[in-house]
Design a protein around this ligand. Structure first.
Ligand SMILES: [Zn+2]
Length: 88
């Protein structure tokens, strides 16, 4: 998992389309083996178009109130996450 993520990160600058393949691969692996994606993976790809997302490149992160909205600049899909600091 971690290896795939690092590969996707590394390939992004040169071959964004390869990164997207790694995203698909990782997602299919996690579905097949019922593995929860590591925290660093979440929010790093678009759930709609499976693009690898890099903040500042094709990901726009905005804080609005207690929500974090992430917009994928590849397909325009926006994910809104309620920002609640964990207290456990
Ligand atoms: Zn997208």
């Amino acid at each position: 998992m971690e290896i795939l993520f690092n590969l996707a990160e590394k390939e992004f600058s040169n071959h964004p389309e390869r990164s997207n393949r790694y995203v698909k691969l990782t997602r299919s692996i996690s579905t097949r083996y019922n593995i929860t994606l590591p925290h660093y993976w979440r929010g790093r790809f678009c759930k709609k178009c499976n693009s690898f997302l890099k903040p500042g490149a094709n990901l726009r992160v905005r804080l609005s109130g207690d929500c974090i909205s992430r917009k994928c600049l590849e397909c325009g899909h926006t994910t809104r996450v309620l920002y609640t600091p964990k207290q456990d």
